[in-house]
Ligand binder design. Structure first.
Ligand SMILES: Cc1ncc(COP(=O)(O)O)c(C=O)c1O
Length: 414
């Protein structure tokens, strides 16, 4: 038996949708991209969505929209994927890493407060595993007098729209999640999604940006959209589709910008996936409850403890079930590594989300030391992510759980 970690769920309809674009004579950004943006806006209940070729490009784009650059600081968790922090370096600003709250995957609000300086221009919060951060608590922290007094928006830039330090959601994992009943995409000031191959909904590679409904008036919202489009396509005033109209060859380049547009091929895949996304989310919920029940029963019988990431807080915060994250409580890194090898020997592919940034050479070289992030290390040292995707059958989940129980016993036996 071989259970892969997260293969893409590609249906015959998806293949058909992509084939149609390939045959249509238009494969780069065009009508499918526009349709996909409209469909995403409907899904996320936001007036506008702009798509790009990755969440990484989208995060960088938001930082540039906010005119964040050299001399500025952006706060993000130590416990995340590199993209949340690397984009801060890309724009020439300094990442300020913050520890997670004890026993949690999101930043500790007191530590955020302590990290704010007059150079802090944004906070990038990360919705790990699909579970949205506590944005009300974060907003409250940023509106406290201590944080509020320190926010100095740069004059003549979009930072001036904000009364307090803007919140950017790295929602790479949380498309389709909600926070207290509000969809991901409407909660933070800016939200960035990923449609990478391992995400719940994929365009192979892809990303999107939304911004909060009441953040700006209609004219400013239209301007934000326009600026994202310029950012994605060299700062060129006309995209390939507009230029292809008879006699419409001429264009201007208003700034030497980037090339990170989404193609119609990718958008067609996204549109097709979106049609069955509600079903996919439902199936993920079923798989998670099967897993949770069985893992807990086995742990009780085997006399060990697990911390299983909860995807539903019972108060309207429901995750999209992106990752099946488990911690082997009381166990250390060495045990977890041996356990993952045992799972692999049984044909079950596991993963770790995430190795805290200070443990990676790039961030160690920037001066970050894991000893300053003890809670992130505690979350990491015994964390294991189990296979979770919509190609899994109930029997597959049972097999993973049986393997888990056996691997745990074998690892304990030494
Ligand atoms: C938390 C987080 N942020 C950002 C990204 C970057 O997404 P993309 O690959 O679409 O650039 C990822 C990718 O897995 C991620 O896990």
């Amino acid at each position: 038996m071989q259970i892969d970690f997260s293969p893409p769920d590609i249906s015959e309809d998806d293949i058909q949708a992509v084939s149609e674009v390939l045959r249509s004579g238009w494969i780069t950004s065009g009508p499918r991209v526009q349709e996909f943006e409209a469909a995403l806006a409907e899904w996320t209940k936001t007036p506008r969505v702009a798509v790009l070729n990755s969440a990484t490009a989208a995060l960088q784009c938001v930082l540039e929209l906010l005119a964040i650059g050299p001399g500025d600081e952006v706060i993000t968790p130590a416990y995340t994927y590199t993209a949340s922090a690397s984009v801060i370096c890309h724009v020439g600003a300094s990442p300020v890493l913050v520890d997670v709250a004890p026993g949690q995957y999101q930043m500790d609000t007191e530590s955020i407060l302590a990290a704010i300086t007059p150079r802090t221009k944004a906070v990038i919060a990360v919705d790990i595993g699909g579970v949205m951060c506590d944005y009300n608590a974060l907003r409250k922290t940023l509106s406290s007098p201590q944080a509020f007094r320190r926010f100095a928006p740069r004059v003549g830039t979009m930072q001036e729209i904000f009364q307090q330090i803007p919140i950017i959601a790295d929602a790479a994992h949380s498309f389709g999640s909600s926070y207290l009943g509000q969809p991901s995409g409407t909660v933070a000031d800016f939200t960035v999604f990923s449609f990478h191959a391992v995400k719940n909904l994929t365009t192979a590679e892809g990303g999107a940006i939304t911004w909060r409904n009441n953040l700006v008036d209609e004219a400013t919202s239209a301007e934000i959209y326009q600026r994202i489009k310029l950012y994605c396509l060299h700062g060129q005033t006309k995209d390939a589709l507009a230029k292809s109209a008879d006699g419409a060859w001429e264009y201007d380049v208003v700034a030497p910008l980037y090339k990170c547009n989404m193609t119609d091929i990718a958008a067609a895949l996204g549109l097709s996936q979106l049609k069955r996304y509600a079903q996919m989310l439902e199936r993920r919920r079923q798989l998670i409850s099967l897993y949770t029940e069985q893992l807990q029963t086995d742990a009780a019988q085997g006399g060990y403890s697990l911390d299983i990431l909860s995807h539903d807080d019972g108060h309207g915060s429901v995750s999209n079930g992106h990752l099946m994250m488990v911690r082997l409580l009381g166990r250390d890194d060495a045990f977890r590594r041996r356990f993952i090898v045992k799972m692999a020997e049984k044909g079950v592919s596991c993963n770790v989300h995430f190795k805290p940034l200070p443990l990676l050479s790039a961030y160690a070289a920037l001066g970050f030391d894991i000893s300053s992030f003890p809670e992130a290390f505690k979350q990491y040292e015994n964390q294991v992510s189990l296979p979770l995707h919509t190609l899994l059958s109930d029997q597959d989940v049972q097999y993973v759980c049986d393997s888990f129980k056996a691997a745990y016993a074998e690892t304990s036996a030494g």
